[in-house]
Design a protein around this ligand. Structure first.
Ligand SMILES: [Zn+2]
Length: 390
């Protein structure tokens, strides 16, 4: 589309009303047709041709990486190190599709030097981070109810390890200065800000004077963070650890907060904690803006064994930026979901499999579960695009 800008010259003072206001009663009024040049209706002086610049980024998100001991037992190598990479092999290709991929690292990866542990108080191997990096994860959200499980030392060790990997984290921080620096990622000329909050930390209080360690859901704080993010980014993504475990639909608290985030102008909400999938929805903000709310992405990798706690997936959305002169607009389109299944054989051979490739040997009535899951995820967004491996 071409834009032609015409700068129009008009002579405003040629109306009799205007002249009368500046003319004394005894002055001789000049006759317009004698003293002034003829009026031209409008005169284009310059014209600039401008093409809009359109860029696109596909943002993807996967759910909880929840490392129970059975998962790290399976990853343990003869030399005492851990290798989780084999668990991601079958989904490696699908995870390359998004330009930016976000994961929720539910357990802190404090490393084995600080003693590994699992439910109910987790500390996971550093090597989980290596596997996520290898799988294509670009940023992790780390404000979870398990963030404070093993205290500050484990948090510091985990965050330092993410730094070593060069993967930005958000939601838990090393210091106030670290907390105050909003994480952004720019791809194809589109800058994304990432924020992350949790409803609580399983009753473990934040150490005195160290509220920066884990971000709690606090509407005043979220409001101020979002306002701080607006001038430095085109798109604001907020991860929220919320909802009731094992509930397959969002509750009123989640929907209420989703509405508030939409009203603040947040573009994408990534929800986690229920350990099961909850269908995504569009929520309309008070300015008419559309916010994509991924209420719960379920577990991506864990040792939970109930059917619905094994089903997760990759949610994605195309973010289109149109820039023309000094103005840019953001449009979200094609919300998509690629369901996955977290397989194991008697707590061994853990691996994540695309649900459309699942065999009946891996899960009884695999295709029927897949069909049900597609319908479940499309409850609120009827045209949700279901992605397959082919
Ligand atoms: Zn949780």
């Amino acid at each position: 589309m071409m834009l032609r800008i015409a700068v129009i010259v008009t002579i405003l003072f040629l109306t009799s009303g205007c002249l009368n206001r500046f003319t004394r009663p005894n002055e001789i009024k000049p006759k317009a047709d004698q003293t002034l040049p003829p009026i031209k209706p409008s005169l284009p002086i310059t014209s600039i041709e401008e093409k809009p610049v359109v860029t696109k980024v596909t943002l993807g998100a996967i759910g909880d990486i929840l490392i129970h001991d059975r998962v790290y037992f399976d990853a343990e190598q003869r030399d005492g190190t851990y290798n989780f990479k084999k668990m991601f092999t079958e989904v490696q290709r699908m995870l390359q599709v998004p330009d930016i991929l976000v994961a929720n690292q539910e357990t802190m990866i404090g490393g084995k030097e600080l003693r590994l542990s699992a439910y109910p108080s987790f500390n996971s191997p550093h090597e989980v981070g290596d596997a996520l990096k290898d799988a294509g994860v670009d940023l992790v959200t780390v404000a979870n109810n398990h963030s404070l499980d093993r205290g500050e030392m484990v948090i510091q060790s985990a965050l330092t390890y993410w730094d070593t990997l060069g993967i930005p984290y958000t939601g838990a921080f090393k210091s106030q200065a670290d907390h105050d620096r909003i994480r952004t990622i720019t791809k194809n000329g589109i800058t994304f800000s990432f924020l992350s909050y949790t409803y609580g930390t399983n009753g473990i209080p934040l150490p005195k004077g160290k509220s920066y360690l884990v971000n709690m859901i606090n509407e005043t704080q979220i409001h101020s963070d979002v306002e701080q993010a607006k001038p430095i980014s085109d798109v604001i993504v907020v991860a929220v650890h919320w909802g009731k475990e094992y509930e397959r639909f969002p509750n009123k608290t989640q929907m209420g907060l989703a509405q508030k985030l939409a009203d603040l102008g947040v573009h994408i909400v990534i929800g986690n904690h229920p350990h099961v999938l909850q269908p995504p929805a569009w929520v309309i903000g008070k300015k008419g803006n559309e916010t994509l709310v991924l209420y719960s992405l379920g577990n991506f990798l864990s040792a939970q064994s109930e059917l619905h706690t094994r089903i997760g997936g990759l949610a994605s959305i195309d973010v289109v930026k149109t820039k023309m002169l000094d103005k840019s607009t953001i449009k979200l389109s094609k919300p998509s979901f690629h369901p996955t299944y977290n397989y194991d054989l008697y707590w061994r051979q853990f691996k994540i499999i695309s649900m459309d490739r699942l065999t009946n040997e891996q899960l009884d009535n695999a295709s029927s579960h897949y069909e049900k899951m597609k319908r479940h995820m499309s409850t609120f967004i009827r045209d949700l695009h279901i992605v397959t491996s082919n």
